[in-house]
Design a protein around this ligand. Sequence first.
Ligand code: ZN
Length: 269
Amino acid sequence: METDRSAKLEFAVQMTCDSCVNAVRSALEHQPGVQAVQVDLQTEQVLVEASLTAQEVQKVIESTGRRAVLKGIGSGQQDLGCAVAMLSGCGLVQGVVRFLQMSPERCLIDGTIDGLAPGAHGLHVHHLGDLTQDCMSCGDHYNPHGKPHGAPQDTERHAGDLGNIMAGPDGRASFRLEDTQLKVWDVIGRSLVVDAGEDDLGKGGHPLSKTTGNSGERLACGIIARSASLFQNTKKICACDGVTIWEERDRPIAGKGRQKNPEQPSANL
Ligand code: ZN
């Protein structure tokens, strides 16, 4: 059992009878990487403890012919907070990325981004949660310790350096990262940006390698907003679904990004 690496994922699944419950349960229990499954017919809720991406678990549930909507994500052990970023840009790129603090040391980053060119794309937490000029006003990579740009496994790196995600031939990148330098409480109010090109992880020898990894233009970005944890409010996990996040961004309470100049009113918010 690798329960310390697993997250709890809650899905809303349309289920009308006991045979639906059995179909969903059986599909999940046969899936490697799934540690525990709870299915509740009355609330149409499926709780899965797994070391898979939320996208992978959703696919397994949907393989039984039912639609599944991810309602929330929580940690198996402790409740240290979670956050979500809805990514969008000028083009077709969009995605949802969740941050979950699994322990004081480990932050889980689970996401799906669509509309990318197949291949590697740099992914970084940026200093500011300011989208007034779209992704151009997000500032530099989040770098509280004044380090050079690097790879996720490097000690010498920007805290915001998450390396590359890989998009498949369908343009979708689905990923599950664990990071020891980023903390959920440090990234709330900042932004997450996905780039057009591959991050050279500071080793490309390009003039931009040590600052951005030379990963090209910013394709899509989103403010990292606080979201309700699975265990703070098990009845109504509204802040984790897509709809409410947009409301959070429109009515910035937890969703308002960190601005360079707090006196200056932001045009978008
Ligand atoms: Zn960097």
